[in-house]
Design a protein around this ligand. Structure first.
Ligand code: DX5
Ligand code: ZN
Length: 218
């Protein structure tokens, strides 16, 4: 299914009100809910452990993709699966054995994704694709919302789409996605877009209509 999906990142939500924020973005048309997990080691920021993800779960009616920006990642896969992730995405750069990591994610019964930092070439995923439901092309250096889109990501998306061929694998782009950057990414073959600041700007749980306008604008 190559229809376009918008996955708002709750990194840009009100941290005191995640349940209602998730309900609001879904009511406003979000296709997926994107959860950014950071460990203060692989990336210079800290966010959500498995208990937080477990608390989000009952509020998510759509599909929760959990983006693990943590290293090592293998020891935590089971815990994030049990917390209720629908898809678990690990970074190629998180350790020497991304192939084993994808096998471990698949073993939990969850969908599996591999993420590439901006400095990692598209070819990194070549021998991993048969274990992937999604490739995440990072279009900023992971760690923070609100950063500037890195234009070379478009070419990387094109190369990954070519490698995927006729396999059923999503390409997600994460970082600096907004109405100005999304067009060339769609043309290059991406079908799933994470957006934090571009979705949450101007809205709130009390005034959620801007979330919907922002989602439709992307
Ligand atoms: C970056 C995260 C992103 C981020 C996107 O480390 O993986 O999901 O929150 O935020 P924006 O859309 O504001 O760049
Ligand atoms: Zn993310």
């Amino acid at each position: 299914d190559r229809s376009i999906k918008i996955a708002p990142s709750i990194l840009s939500a009100d941290f005191a009100d995640f349940g209602r924020e998730i309900q609001a973005i879904e009511a406003q048309g979000a296709d997926w809910v994107h959860v950014d997990v950071m460990d203060g080691h692989f990336v210079p920021n800290l966010t959500f452990g498995p208990p937080a993800v477990k608390a989000f779960r009952p509020h998510v009616k759509t599909f929760m993709d959990v983006h693990l920006m943590i290293a090592p990642v293998d020891p935590y896969i089971e815990a994030y699966a049990e917390a209720g992730a629908d898809m678990i995405v690990a970074h190629f750069e998180a350790g020497p054995h991304p192939h084993r990591t994808l096998q471990a994610i698949r073993a939990t019964g969850k969908k599996a994704g591999i993420s590439l930092n901006p400095g990692t070439p598209a070819s990194a995923v070549e021998y991993l694709l048969d274990l992937c439901d999604m490739v995440l092309v990072m279009s900023v250096n992971p760690g923070f919302g609100g950063q500037k889109f890195i234009p070379s990501s478009v070419d990387k998306v094109r190369q990954v789409r070519e490698m995927i061929g006729d396999r059923e694998i999503h390409i997600q782009v994460d970082g600096g996605v907004d109405p100005n950057t999304v067009g060339p990414l769609v043309a290059a073959g991406a079908d799933c877009f994470v957006a934090g600041s571009a979705v949450f700007k101007g809205g709130s749980v009390e005034n959620p209509a801007p979330y919907g306008e922002n989602i439709r604008a992307i």
